[in-house]
Design a binder for this molecule. Structure first.
Ligand code: F6P
Length: 326
């Protein structure tokens, strides 16, 4: 196995709060080992275009508290092609990069897996996505911050919903996963959550709401996972309006504000631990694994498992929300 002296680090896919803390931890722990570090800009695009700069310890100063990613990010179409990956490999050779640390979600780790397979480049992944949809880790970098952002927004919407006796359908990100929706629904005391893992029937939803209205509630909050296929919150609001014109229904789509903001202490610590663990993993001879956290312990998850296996939603959460929303 070739000795590692130089690494490259990149962020790819949707940005997530805490990515900077991860870049910082990777950079500083690699320098601690005596290695050279290159920051690769705009994810795989930067690898293809040679948008690569040497990082020192100072390059990552004053970044732990910042949202977004100082390395910028992209969803590279060119990297999906063989030609794109040839160019990427040429730059890996040109800069003498012995291993790559990839911080991103499902698509980003899939890219790493392909590169590792085609060119035998040691890759270590860090789960960086607000969606929390990677198998083998209890949490991903950015998830906790996004969750807190959503809860703060829903609390505010609750004020106006109550003042006007309105039902709000609030759309939450998460791609194909309902972790953000389900947990923010519990934390914000929502009346119901509609998640992709458990398609709530509209009649059941109505039952929840009218039960709440009949009792003491004068407003309702329903959190809905984004769903380009089903139409998300707009779709449910429209049905509610048609079938119950007596209710005053409004929709809020939280959108990209869920991705921004200063990372929580939890995300900063998680990213710092994972960044240090990534360098230790390389030192131990680990290859092509994602760093995960399970029961507060760092674990290594092979890319094939992290990417391919669907991470199940905890059914207990669905039960808890059901019980508490009566
Ligand atoms: O994966 C993170 C995420 O924010 C998803 O929750 C969302 O579906 C998607 O990215 C949005 O992507 P974009 O920023 O490219 O619109």
């Amino acid at each position: 196995m070739k000795e590692i002296k130089t690494i490259g680090v990149l962020t790819s896919g949707g940005d997530a709060p805490g990515m900077n803390a991860a870049i910082r931890a990777v950079t500083r722990s690699a320098i601690f080992e005596g290695w050279k570090v290159y920051g690769i800009y705009r994810g795989y695009e930067g690898l293809i275009n040679g948008d690569i700069k040497e990082f020192t310890s100072e390059s990552v100063s004053n970044t732990i508290q910042r949202g977004g990613t100082i390395l910028k990010t992209a969803r590279s179409q060119e990297f999906m092609t063989e030609d794109g990956r040839v160019k990427a490999y040429e730059n890996i050779k040109k800069f003498g990069i012995d291993a790559l640390i990839i911080i991103g979600g499902n698509g980003s780790l899939s890219g790493a897996q392909i590169l590792a397979k085609e060119y035998d480049i040691p890759c270590i992944g860090l789960p960086g996505t607000i969606d929390n949809d990677l198998y083998g880790t209890d949490s991903t970098i950015g998830y906790d911050t996004a969750l807190n952002t959503i809860v703060e927004c829903v609390d505010k919407i609750r004020d106006t919903a109550t003042s006007h006796d309105r039902i709000f359908f609030i759309e939450v990100m998460g791609r194909d996963a309902g972790f953000l929706t389900q947990n923010s629904a519990i934390a914000a005391g929502a009346e119901a959550a509609i998640i992709p893992e458990d398609k709530t029937d509209i009649d059941q939803l109505e039952q929840f709401i009218s039960r709440g209205f009949r009792k003491s509630k004068n407003s309702s909050i329903v959190l809905v996972s984004e769903s380009p296929k089903d139409g998300g919150a707009m779709h449910y609001a429209e049905r509610m309006r048609n079938e119950h014109p007596e209710y005053d229904v409004r929709v809020t789509i939280l959108g990209h504000l869920q991705r921004g903001g200063t990372p929580t202490a939890y995300d900063r610590i998680l990213a710092s631990r994972m960044g240090v663990a990534a360098i230790e993993a390389l030192n131990e001879g680990q290859r092509n694994v994602m760093i995960g956290i399970k029961n507060d312990q760092i674990v290594y998850v092979p890319f094939s498992r992290a990417i391919k296996i669907d991470k199940p939603i905890d059914r207990e959460l669905i039960h808890v929300l059901g019980v508490l929303s009566i």
